[in-house]
Design a protein around this ligand. Structure first.
Ligand code: PA5
Length: 447
């Protein structure tokens, strides 16, 4: 099995007895997902995507990635939320956080904030480079993405002329009369890739949303998809949670939640998995946090965060459970050596690889946190490569859908995200928001 789920320290709340009691619920949810009869069932495209993806478009993605690598020094990926987190997670997971220092195509992410400082910085850097743009927005109307794209489009047109810019701009969006990005791409002649309608933003990393920039980063996307395909086959086989870890993980999360453990502390043992933690946070947070319910997902990296959040985890309010992600065969290792005189008292570690220290930190932490009242789950892969990441993406997506259904929410919508947008549009003076604007102005003036 490419991913091992170790529940040794899951505690009494999730023991065999508790799992037996929730197993029928989990099996029913599994059946609902596969029958497509649950809430939000028009967004189940991710379920079979690893096998059912558009093969013709995939061939175009590979050609476009090759062209980008030949034509440019820098690729700027413009998108927010599900339109960039999985991509960035994949590139850092496989090519490390230092990917832009390894030689070859550099990849930067923009459009995920409205920070003028961050954008100016990147624009200045791009002035002297040959660049391509991949603008990604399923809806094609997201403000952060559209505003930043406008700025980059004008930079490209100034550098390469209108036709030259069009040859370097790739748009990834849905085919819909509401997508302004789709219309613009048709008008300007940008190469366009489509996000399938039944795949929501945070479940879209294995569509063109992720595949084009990930392939441009030099990652073998065939292998990434292969990992996801094997995971899909594995986690479709059985509706018994004792044989299907997506069901087991989802069931355990809900058992904890029902007993007041409402925060999942997701910690990776590798800094290169930091963005995977951000993707995880979005996937679960946006899928489950609704109707005044939901497990709050927090993400951390160990051992770094043991020196910041470790105190809270060990002795703070007992509302946490912890999920650790580790890799058993690191891509590189370092052997610690003996030093004459033992000045720092570390000679007892001589001859040990650094990965051994990381492992002992993991084991020590699990037991300490468990003893402190924080149940612990462990996810372990053999290697941090494309195959295992494809597997992990699918594993988390399916777990999230099952967990959301057990919780009783629609894991595929995000109605709450609209509230801030409505206020922002009103304050910015967008036509159609005049009433909201007056009410907000009055509230701001009271402060
Ligand atoms: O999961 C989602 O649907 C969201 O997080 C979106 O990915 C995010 O809001 C960006 O939307 P869009 O791709 O339409 O610009």
């Amino acid at each position: 099995m490419a991913l091992r789920f170790d529940t040794r320290y899951a505690g009494q709340l999730a023991d065999e007895n508790a799992l037996n009691l929730i197993s029928a619920e989990a099996a029913a949810v599994h059946a609902t997902i596969h029958a497509g009869t649950g809430k939000g069932n028009d967004f189940l495209g991710w379920l079979t995507l690893p096998h059912d993806y558009d093969k013709e478009e995939y061939a175009r993605i590979k050609l476009a990635a090759e062209k980008i690598r030949k034509q440019s020094q820098v690729l700027v990926v413009i998108g927010i939320g599900g339109s960039y987190l999985g991509t960035r997670a994949a590139i850092e997971f496989i090519n490390t956080q230092e990917h832009n220092r390894l030689g070859g195509l550099e990849i930067y992410f923009a459009g995920n904030s409205l920070s003028s400082a961050a954008l100016s910085n990147l624009l200045t850097y791009c002035e002297e480079k040959d660049i391509s743009i991949n603008v990604i927005s399923k809806s094609g109307t997201t403000t952060e993405c559209s505003v930043v794209f406008r700025v980059f489009k004008s930079l490209l047109e100034r550098k390469y002329g209108k036709a030259g810019a069009a040859d370097r701009i790739y748009a990834t969006t849905e085919y819909s009369s509401h997508s302004k990005l789709y219309e613009l791409a048709q008008q300007e002649g940008y190469e366009c890739f489509l996000v399938p309608d039944p795949v929501g933003g945070r479940y879209s990393v294995l569509t063109a949303v992720g595949l084009l920039p990930i392939a441009s980063a030099g990652v073998d996307t065939d292998i990434l998809l292969h990992g996801a395909q094997d995971a899909m086959d594995e986690y479709s086989r059985s509706d018994n949670l004792f044989e299907n870890d997506t069901l087991k993980y989802a069931a355990i999360r809900n058992l904890y939640y029902r007993s007041g453990k409402k925060i999942e502390f997701f910690a990776a043992m590798e800094p290169d998995f930091t963005l995977l933690g951000e993707w995880f946070k979005q996937l679960f947070g946006e899928s489950e946090g609704k109707e005044n319910k939901g497990i709050f997902p927090a993400a951390a990296v160990f051992t770094m965060d043991l020196h910041s959040m470790g105190q809270y985890v060990q002795e703070g309010e007992r509302t946490l459970f912890e999920t650790l992600l580790t890799v058993s065969e690191p891509v590189a290792d370092i052997l610690l050596t003996d030093e004459p005189g033992d000045p720092d008292g570390l000679n007892f570690l001589a001859g040990k690889p650094l990965s051994f220290l990381n492992r002992q930190a993991l084991e020590g932490t699990r037991i300490a946190h468990y003893d402190g009242g924080v149940p612990n789950l462990l996810l372990e892969i053999d290697r941090a490569d494309a195959y295992h990441l494809g597997w992990l993406f699918y594993f988390f997506e399916k777990t999230c859908a099952v967990s959301g259904y057990i919780l009783g929410v629609n894991p595929f919508d995000q109605p709450g995200v609209e509230a801030y947008k409505k206020n922002m549009f009103a304050l910015l003076g967008k036509p159609g928001y005049e009433g909201e604007r007056a009410a907000l102005r009055a509230r701001l003036n009271q402060q």
